[in-house]
Design a protein around this ligand. Structure first.
Ligand code: ADP
Ligand code: MG
Length: 392
């Protein structure tokens, strides 16, 4: 790794500012899902064990900069973190002029997006934040694709800047899967729309040995192959792009496998009746809402032959059980394979939790947008700035 890691830095008695991603869903003042908070706890514990004077900062939601708002306050998060750590983590509302922290203790700094200039990566703000610390630690992979004052600018000016253990693990896992994969490298890109994942599909088409489309994305590939898709979610304007991606894989001696059977319904609802049909033989008013069992078995076989698997996107409308069997089968095939497997994406994580397969997956990324941009082969600004600082 070309970046400095927190574990290589002596933090004793130092003022350490750690940027985390605590942008969690909050309902009635309670944290609805604390996965992101728990993911950052090891880094926080490590710094406290080294007796750092710790300042933990995050964004939450999209408040108007320059204004405090109760709704986007990190108060519930600070309380939750205190519970997880088993010690009080007080919240500091105004912190840009400095806060005092005892060695071995942590404070939470209020939502960094309350500060004017945060989102624009303002240099003056970044310098003020950098002046608060001796060591800046970025452990917020979920925001690594955004250049903001607390994720990017501060890293230029802090006396020392490094990655925390979560960020380090993400970089390791993603590099292992994409830069030096054990072949064959098989990617499954599914979910709702080709349009949101076109760049990912294009970049992966150049890298992988096999690209398996699923969900709404597979529908557009089926349309491109001249198959009937009825009223399914498709993007006809992207048929040309789908053909290009399929052709680029064909040029490399691979192919884009399409469903041979599908699960259809006339509506998307809890009570919708699911019918399995051969692909291409569906009615005008049918919607394809999942891959069929023969397709799932065929895809699973390809996964069992993989050396590395990258997975993003549910293969059907898994929110309703009658359209979740394809996603379940693929999730289980990935978890059961001997390949190095990497998964990420908002709904993908929900599906992994629903089918209880987390244990079998080698690495589950905490980043939604950041994960997809990494797959696209883009340089993530928050990581790039740390690479530029190098290893002193
Ligand atoms: P992720 O957040 O993991 O990147 P997406 O946001 O791209 O995934 O897509 C997830 C959504 O795609 C799910 O809500 C699911 O219901 C939907 N989806 C999957 N297959 C289909 C399909 N065949 N038709 C319509 N929607 C689908
Ligand atoms: Mg999503």
């Amino acid at each position: 790794m070309r970046v400095l890691r927190m574990s290589e830095v002596d933090l004793r008695g130092k003022r350490v500012l750690v940027r985390v991603d605590f942008n969690v869903p909050i309902q009635n003042g309670k944290i609805a899902d604390d996965t992101r908070i728990r993911a950052a706890v090891p880094g926080i514990r490590e710094a406290l064990a080294q007796r750092a004077r710790l300042m933990v900062v995050s964004h939450l939601g999209r408040p108007t900069e320059g204004e405090f708002s109760e709704k986007e306050s990190l108060a519930p998060v600070a309380r939750h973190l205190s519970g997880l750590l088993g010690e009080d983590v007080p919240l500091r509302r105004d912190w840009l002029d400095g806060v005092s922290v005892e060695p071995g203790r942590a404070v939470m700094l209020e939502n960094c997006r309350f500060n004017k200039g945060e989102k624009k990566d303002d240099d003056t703000l970044a310098k003020r934040m950098a002046a608060l610390c001796d060591v800046y630690v970025n452990d917020a992979f979920g925001t690594a694709h955004r250049a903001e004052a607390s994720t990017h600018g501060i890293a230029k000016y802090a006396p020392l800047a490094c990655v925390g253990p979560l960020m380090a693990a993400e970089i390791e896992a993603l590099s292992k899967a994409l830069e030096r994969p054990v072949r064959p490298l098989v990617a499954i890109v599914a979910g709702a729309k080709v349009s949101t994942k076109l760049a990912v599909l294009g970049a992966l088409a150049e890298k992988v040995d096999r690209l398996i489309p699923g969900g709404g994305i597979a529908n557009t590939f089926m349309l491109a192959a001249g198959m009937k898709v009825g009223k399914s979610l498709t993007e006809s304007e992207l048929v040309g792009e789908a053909k290009k991606i399929a052709a680029s894989l064909r040029d490399r001696g691979s192919e884009v496998p399409l469903p041979v059977d599908v699960v259809c319904a006339k509506e998307v609802s809890v009570t919708a009746k699911a019918v399995i049909k051969p692909a291409g033989e569906i009615d005008e008013d049918d919607m394809i809402l999942d891959i069929g069992p023969r397709t799932a078995a065929a895809f699973a076989k390809r996964l069992s032959e993989a050396g590395t698997i990258v997975w993003n996107g549910p293969l059907g409308v898994y929110e309703f059980d009658q359209f979740g069997q394809g996603t379940k089968a693929i999730a289980e095939a990935i978890a059961g394979s001997g390949a190095y497997s990497l998964a990420g994406g908002g709904e993908t994580l929900a599906a992994i939790a629903k089918y209880g397969v987390a244990e079998g997956i080698s690495y589950i990324s905490t980043g939604g947008g950041a994960f997809l941009e990494f797959l696209e082969g883009k340089k993530l600004p928050a990581i790039e700035v740390l690479e530029q600082r190098g290893r002193p």
